[in-house]
Structures are given as structure tokens and as C-alpha cells.
Design a protein around this ligand. Sequence first.
Ligand code: TRP
Length: 333
Amino acid sequence: MSIFKRILTGHRPTGPRHIGHLYGTLINWTAMQHTYECFFLVADLHVLTTDFNHPQHIRNNTLEMVTDWLAAGIDPQRAALILQSTIPEHVQLSMLFSMLVTVARLERVPTYKDQTSELNLNPSLGLLTYPVLQAADILLYKAETVPVGEDQLPHLELTREIARRFNQLYGETFPEPEALLSNTPRIPGIDNRTMHTSRGNAIFLKDSPEETTRKVKQMYTDPTRLRASDPGHVEGNPVFDYLDIFETDTFVLNEMKDLYRAGKIGDVAVKAHLALVMNETLAPLRERRRQFASHPEQIIDILNAGTERARPVAKETLQEVMNKMGLSTLKVL
Ligand code: TRP
């Protein structure tokens, strides 16, 4: 037993991580490793809810994603990294929870409504029950805290409802997990839209310094500014959103903003500076990434070790749930 509170959180393995993931989640996770007992989940089953027809992508995306997690500083000595599909209790608990949730409730989940209308997609049963599986991910380990982005709050709410309902029906079993929102600013893509793996607007942790510099040069800036001598806008300008994060010397940062507003520095110079500080900041991470990427077998070992740590917890919870729900009593007949 750990004296620390337990957190569980995770990502779907949709591909390599970008700097939005790094500042939005991964840096927070690495900090939490010192104050919580951490379970970090590779939610590969969740990928299948929308992307079931590219089986060849999942393995590679899992390796890429976990390599980036490790490069960002996730420490497998401290945290358990778990591959969802290798622990069958996730699916089993999800099935048992599905008895306690109405179809109407799931149809009201905003992420489901958005996805079905946006993708114009005929939703599968698996997509409808996505948040039930997520509730099982969390409650299987009786996690008390779940660090997530705002988009995940509806899923957390459902998880809490399931925990409450289960406790009411069968006796106190689960904590009601709390969401922990990070307060990092959202990093826009290089085109100033939301950064997205598949939009061609992301800067990835695996990008080389040259690649990063190239992308920074292409960045959207202040469209109202035609010449370097025109006064520029700092707000809503992604180059400065990035500088706010990567230029930690506030004197230099404020100086650049003042010069830009006064029309005394050009976009080319600001971008050159941004590329420089970004590459400097990312260098140690890239070095760690290079080491892990050259030993993919190490990643498999780390996932196996995580699964080994998590499985006994999962088994115990599932057994408790089955007993409370009236199942699996044969051995005491
Ligand atoms: N739905 C989450 C996402 O898309 C991934 C996820 C799956 C998750 N299971 C989880 C997050 C459990 C937190 C806890 O980002």
C-alpha cells in the first residue's frame, strides 16, 4: 500500500506526441510522479471506437507514444505504464458497469454527440459505451484523482455517477474520483488553429531541430502587418503564444513584445529567436527520446512491468465487484 493518493490518467495511442501534449499534460504528469502513486494508461481499446480499420497502426502508435512519454520524463520506476488491452479486467468491469447506465444517459454525453454529428458517422455500440470503459479504467484502480483536460470532464462526471450508483446499490466500494485540471495555456498549431496530430500543424517531440525551425518559419503571425516597420499585434499571435512558454527570461520576452508592437523588429527575427529557444528547451528531451527509440524492446519491457504491477489490483477489484453484484459465488455453494 502506498501512502500517496492514487491517480490514473491516460491517452489514446493515436501517434507521436506534440508540444501541445507536452505542455498540456506530460509536464504535469511528470511533476505528479513525486506526490502521487501514478498509473498512466495507454488506452488502445478506446482507439478502436472510431479507428477499427487500421489494425497495423496501433502497435506503432503505441511505441511512438510511450517513447514520447518517457522522453518527457515519465519514470517507469515511479509510475506504472499500463497497456489497457493486456488487462482483460478493463473490459470485464466495463461490461458490469454497462448494466448501471442507461442508453439515454450515454446519448447525452457531449463528446458522443459532437463526434456523431461531426463525423457524420453511424455510431457503433463501442463508441456509445466509450465513457463506460473509461469509468472502468479509473475505478478498476480506485483512483481518487484523474488529471485530464477540460474536454474529458463529461466522462469524469459519468465515472462519478457510476461510482455513486454502485456504492448505493452494493455498499461502499469506490471513491468518487476528482478531476484535476491543468492550468497550462493551450498551445495553438502553427496555423493558429487547434494543434492536431493529423492536421499538419503540429510540432512533434520527435521533430529534429531543423524540422522545428522549418515549421516555426512557416508559422502564422499577425496578418495585419505587411512590413517589419508596421506596429505588430502580440495578442492572438501564435509566435508570441509560443514565446510565452519557451522564452523563460521575462526581460527578453517583454523586450521582444515591445519591439514588435513598436514595429522595430521583424517576424523573421522573432521566429529565428523562437526556433532557437525551442530547440534549446527540447534538446534534453530529444536526447532521451533518441536513446529510447533505439531500444524498442525496452518499451515492451516497461509496458510488461507496468501491467504486472497493475494486474493484481485489477483482479482484486473485479472479484469484489462480481461478488457484490451476485456473480461468481459457485466456489462457496
Ligand atoms: N478519453 C481519454 C482521451 O481521449 C483517454 C482515456 C482513456 C483516459 N481512459 C482514461 C483518460 C482514463 C483518463 C482516465 O484523452
